[in-house]
Design a protein around this ligand. Structure first.
Ligand code: PEP
Ligand code: MN
Length: 333
């Protein structure tokens, strides 16, 4: 990190600042020119509050020359991470096809969808039990009972399961869940992230509705800094001025994240587009962008779904999508 000081800063002021920075266990390299003084901060600058430093009266500008995320950073971990989701690896060339309904609605529904998507080639089952809904009057999910039914579907199909946690107080219910999802709305629920960092469960971390990729990586860092390195990133669309789609799918996120981080990157075209007709083309595009996995909402009767019916595919549509995604992957590899 580099801090440029304002012209006219006195030696006492520089000393004061240097001492303060040294207290943070940083080495400070001082370079005094005729016009400006530049401080080079060496060491773990992830703990330096850049905005605070910038706000000091004698500071002109502050620039990071390395990213504030360390454990998620590819520089310190050049090889792709491979995360074991139950017996399904993801990352480093291992591709995950995650499919299932937005919400678990009944035993028949989840088992029927699970068997159908497995037959079509899905290798991880999704299903929401705790649902973050915009309206408090909308279906909130089957909660603990939903997890119990997901476990039945896991038993029936032998597929690992992923489901969303909204509050750490429910963690005990996730004991047999293979992957815990942190949804877009909780991407910056730092207390939740820290607690999940104390577990050893793989965490599927979805990008927030209005968050940058750096913020997504900093949220991954929250989990990893507590000891849990099993983080999978998920691009699910961000909010923009465009209203033709539910969100705007940022596909360049896949390459940006692959460049910056060793963590696997999954794309969710269902929440990104909000429209069933757009899900397949964006899934092909995600596969072409070399995503490590794709997550698709599938319902046995989308028009009657309790949540996200308009973006849900039928099992037959999913079957077609999966076949073509495999072809795209073969074409680019
Ligand atoms: C979901 O996957 O069911 C979900 C609610 O997604 P997001 O958090 O991306 O909106
Ligand atoms: Mn959904």
């Amino acid at each position: 990190m580099i801090a440029v000081l304002k012209h006219g800063t006195t030696p006492q002021q520089v000393n004061h600042l240097v001492n303060w920075l040294k207290q943070m266990n940083l080495d400070v390299h001082l370079s005094e020119g005729t016009q400006v003084t530049v401080l080079g901060l060496i060491g773990d600058t992830s703990r330096v509050d850049m905005d605070l430093l910038k706000s000091l009266e004698i500071v002109e500008t502050v620039k990071r020359v390395s990213e504030p995320f360390k454990q998620a950073n590819r520089k310190f971990h050049p090889l792709d991470s491979v995360i074991a989701c139950g017996d399904v690896p993801i990352g480093g060339g291992h591709f995950a096809m995650i499919a299932g309904p937005c919400s678990v609605e009944s035993e028949e529904q989840i088992i029927e969808v699970a068997q159908a998507v497995k037959a079509s080639g899905a290798n991880i089952l999704r299903g929401g039990a705790f649902k973050p809904r915009t309206s408090p009057y909308a279906f909130q999910g089957m909660k603990g009972e939903g997890i119990r039914l997901l476990l039945k579907a896991k038993e029936a199909t032998k597929m690992p399961i992923v489901t969303e946690i909204m509050n750490i107080s429910t963690l005990d219910l996730f004991a047999d869940v293979d992957v815990i999802q942190v949804g877009a709305r909780n991407m910056q629920n730092f207390d939740l992230l820290k607690e999940l960092g104390k577990t050893n469960k793989p965490i599927l971390l979805k990008r927030g509705l209005a968050n940058t990729l750096q913020e997504l990586l900093m949220s991954a860092e929250y989990i990893m800094s507590e000891g849990n390195e099993n983080v999978i990133l998920c691009e699910r669309g961000i909010r923009t001025f465009e209203t033709a789609t539910r969100n705007t799918l940022d596909l360049s996120a896949v390459s940006v994240l692959h460049n910056l981080s060793h963590l696997p990157v999954v794309v969710d075209p269902s929440h990104a587009t909000g429209k069933a007709s757009l899900v397949a083309p964006m899934a092909y595009a995600a596969a072409a962008a070399n995503a490590d996995g794709i997550m698709i909402e599938v319902h046995n009767n989308p028009s009657c779904a309790l949540c996200d019916g308009p973006q849900s595919l039928t099992p037959a549509q999913f079957d077609d999508l999966n076949r073509r995604v495999r072809k795209v992957r073969e074409a680019i590899l």
